[in-house]
Design a protein around this ligand. Structure first.
Ligand code: COA
Length: 219
């Protein structure tokens, strides 16, 4: 389930190491830029708070996710928290921007479910005007490459409310396998709702990649 997971009780006091653009295994110092044809994904910045607050707090966007902060200040606190969690090595949160336009239109986050990111969970949310445009699919594939190639994730889970047609549809398009239902596993808007548990395995990706690799030439 995508949510904006700042919890003060889980917060840790750490100082920033670096804001510079870095790559690969340096991701704890700063997330590497992920570039697609339509999108650029980058580290969140405090200045993203206003656009995220405007885009992610509408009723249709927040309908199936944990309540986002209700004000810009809450998003700023969340963004500060994402940076501390990244430095701690337990979490990575990307701002989705359209290529050539620096405004954050959504976020995609990956959090470790065990130390080292072998098993991780991801979540995502975009402003509604970007749904169905391909922005999510391209952004998600960039984050999948980051998770499996850089974080070395073996199993990436996602939870989607059963009633969330777009969330379930988007996951299926990415090749996520629906493994089971989780009854009354999400408390939302005063009621407990059912979710579906999805997973993508590194093994599945390796198998898919070798299936499409050209056969070796025999002489
Ligand atoms: C989840 C989210 C990022 C997906 O982005 P998106 O651009 O809407 O996703 P896509 O268009 O790539 O894929 C959605 C698919 O679900 C399909 N879909 C839409 N409504 C559906 C429904 N009620 N039932 C089944 N499928 C549905 C769409 O048709 C689309 O498939 P298609 O392209 O083959 O037609 C975006 O919808 C969002 O931010 N939602 C609010 C936050 C949220 O729910 N996050 C949690 C997700 S688990």
């Amino acid at each position: 389930m995508a949510h904006v997971p700042y919890r003060s009780d889980l917060d840790i006091a750490m100082s920033e190491v670096s804001n510079g653009e870095v790559t690969g295994s340096d991701w704890r110092r700063g997330l590497p830029l992920l570039r697609g044809t339509q999108v650029t994904l980058r580290e969140l910045r405090r200045s993203d708070a206003a656009s995220l607050c405007a885009l992610l707090t509408t009723e249709e966007v927040a309908r199936f996710i944990s309540p986002p902060p209700s004000a810009v200040h809450g998003f700023e606190r969340f963004i500060d928290w994402t940076r501390r969690q990244r430095i701690a090595g337990s979490y990575a949160c990307y701002a989705v921007t359209l290529r050539g336009v620096d405004t954050a239109v959504g976020i995609i986050q990956v959090r470790a479910l065990e130390p080292g990111f072998g098993i991780a969970e991801w979540g995502f949310v975009l402003g509604a005007s970007f749904w169905g445009t391909g922005v999510f699919q391209e952004s998600a594939r960039l984050v999948l490459d980051f998770a499996f190639d850089t974080l070395r994730t073996e199993r990436l889970e996602a939870r989607a409310a059963v009633a969330n047609g777009r969330g379930n549809g988007a996951l299926r398009k990415l090749g996520a396998v629906r493994e089971c239902g989780l009854r009354k596993s999400f408390h939302h808007d005063g009621e407990f709702v059912d979710q579906a548990l999805y997973a993508i395995l590194a093994n599945d990706r390796r198998a898919a990649a070798s299936a499409i690799a050209p056969a070796p030439r025999l002489h």
